[in-house]
Design a protein around this ligand. Structure first.
Ligand SMILES: [Zn+2]
Length: 311
């Protein structure tokens, strides 16, 4: 009687266990298959603020020194990309942002990243960014024209631009581009470059910005480069830290109407730009205009700088 009773209980117990196990497996399977929410990061990479770069020859494709500098450029970028994927990034877009914008050796970039290469591009150093990104990072950036000591300080065009003011703020490229990121509600979370560029970035974008200095300028064409291994490790750590503390960042937004003021090196450089309707010339070397849309204003500014080059 006891044995029969035990058998009587054993069969439904076994069946129940199988059903429970099957249900758990299904639930686990579903959890494993659930897609991770996208976490897209945009990286704009300039060259003057890359580790080891101290001279324009290293940034010009007609110089033999350039080939080595572009390898440092991709190494700097890869260290950041690695940190981002370690911190959970699902997609990283790298936009080559210097000169011809064909500096990063495509086959040497971390194969998980997408590379935007070549020029001209409508949004230039920020091409590829849109509302779907969670964060923006600037690698290899430099200080605005008129900074010292700072390696290769300039703003967009060393030959044409004395200074650029937007809404009264004298802007480095990092500020002009951060406002484009702000247009898309994307915060800038990290920057790498020389110590002066890092200082300018925090002054403009806030002290919580993750900055990784790679060198300290002695003057415009000489710097003390920090130890390479430490710099690369700091890049990875910085990228992880920035992505892990995304909630602490706000997009950099200027208020419309956007007032652009372009100060050129000489009066001739203003002579073609002033022919465009809406562009004024309040001083011989100065062009100004106002835009309700930041991106439209940015594009007109770029056209005026291009015209300055052929005036
Ligand atoms: Zn550059």
């Amino acid at each position: 009687m006891k044995i029969r009773a035990a058998r009587f209980l054993l069969v439904p117990c076994l069946l129940l266990s199988i059903l429970v196990f099957w249900g758990q497996s299904l639930a686990q399977g579903k959890a494993a298959a659930a897609p991770r929410p996208p976490l897209k990061v945009f990286i704009s990479v300039d060259m003057e603020g890359i580790w080891g770069v101290v001279h324009g020859n290293q940034c010009s494709s007609d110089s033999p020194e350039y080939q080595l500098a572009r390898k440092w450029m991709v190494q700097d970028t890869n260290a950041v990309v690695q940190g981002l994927f370690e911190a959970g990034a699902t997609e990283v877009v790298v936009n080559d942002s210097h000169g011809s914008m064909r500096n990063i050796i495509a086959s040497e970039l971390d194969p998980r990243a997408v590379l935007i290469s070549g020029s001209p591009k409508p949004m230039s150093m920020m091409e590829g960014l849109d509302f779907s990104f969670a964060a923006c990072i600037f690698v290899g950036y430099h200080a605005r024209a008129g900074s010292a000591p700072a390696i290769l300080d300039h703003t967009i065009s060393g030959a044409a631009i004395y200074s650029i003011r937007i809404n009264g703020i004298e802007m480095p490229e990092l500020g002009i581009n951060a406002a484009i990121a702000g247009y898309f509600n994307v915060p800038v979370v990290m920057l790498t470059g020389d110590t002066e560029t890092c200082r300018q970035a925090r002054e403009l974008l806030g002290q919580s910005l993750v900055v990784v200095p790679v060198k300290e300028a002695v003057n415009r064409l000489a710097a003390r480069n920090y130890a390479r291994d430490k710099v690369l490790a700091d890049f990875r750590d910085g990228a992880r830290k920035a992505l892990n503390s995304l909630k602490g960042f706000q997009a950099y937004k200027l208020q419309p109407p956007y007032q652009f003021e372009i100060n050129l090196h000489n009066s001739q450089q203003a002579e073609l730009g002033v022919l465009i309707p809406g562009v004024r010339r309040p001083a011989p070397r100065t062009l100004t205009f106002t835009s309700q849309d930041y991106l439209e204003g940015f594009k007109l500014m770029r056209a005026l700088i291009a015209l300055a080059g052929v005036s």
